[in-house]
Design a binder for this molecule. Structure first.
Ligand code: CA
Length: 223
């Protein structure tokens, strides 16, 4: 499948297209949100790279439109300025990752590869990280081939983090993931589940706290 690039600047778009072509990806380049939506009517894309500053609707509006139209492909946002507020807004709208301009073509290709690998893992049901294997359908966590017992809520937190491994997951998103109709979950309760999950993961993976943004699950470095 092709990658969709939405960027109105010829020079940047040319650099992106060359960089991805060098990494053996084929690309469709469009210059506006409207053109991107038109392309998505006829074709499925493996992922989309979307610039924030576009003529007409901006990149974040495009992400919101795609998500509300039920498009789940990974999206990477390109932005000239990436403040904390911009990142929170983009995550809330359903973006998966960010890259600040200027960037190296190799960095962009690496981020695209990671996003597509994650989305493949999520669709195939098993996500393998160094010492850890997460079976999303069977709801099993194994570390060093031994099964680790989790409570239902710890599992929901882990599932949410592992589906976005390497990316930031907001505290609100985790709150929503573990809430049920009978129980509202507070932000503090999310912290409690995170700390219990950390204890169970031990050195197999790191759940990093990012102040004001949320949490990120990271693979432990190979021993
Ligand atoms: Ca632009």
């Amino acid at each position: 499948m092709r990658l969709l690039i939405v960027e109105d600047d010829d020079i940047v778009a040319d650099a992106i297209t060359r960089g991805l072509a060098a990494a053996d990806y084929s690309v469709l380049w469009v210059t506006s949100a409207e053109a991107a939506q038109a392309a998505l009517v006829n074709e499925e894309f493996a992922m989309a790279v979307i610039d924030v500053g576009l003529p007409g609707a901006d990149g974040l509006t495009l992400v919101r439109r795609l998500r509300s139209a039920g498009k789940t492909m990974p999206t990477l946002i390109l932005t000239a300025r990436c403040t904390l507020t911009d990142k929170v807004k983009a995550l809330d709208l359903g973006a998966d990752d960010f890259l600040s301009k200027p960037f190296e073509a190799a960095e962009l290709a690496a981020r695209c590869r990671a996003l597509m690998r994650r989305s493949y893992g999520a669709s195939s049901g098993i996500i393998k990280l160094n010492r850890m294997s997460v079976d999303l359908l069977g709801k099993r966590l194994c570390i060093d081939d031994a099964e680790v017992e989790l409570t239902a809520r710890e599992w929901l937190v882990l599932e949410c983090l592992v589906r976005r491994i390497g990316l930031i997951v907001s505290k609100e998103r985790l709150q929503q993931a573990v809430a049920n109709p009978d129980h509202d979950i507070t932000a503090n309760a999310v912290e409690v589940h995170i700390s219990r999950l950390r204890a169970k993961l031990g050195s197999a993976a790191v759940v990093r706290s990012l102040r004001g943004l949320g949490y990120r699950l990271e693979e432990a470095k190979p021993a």
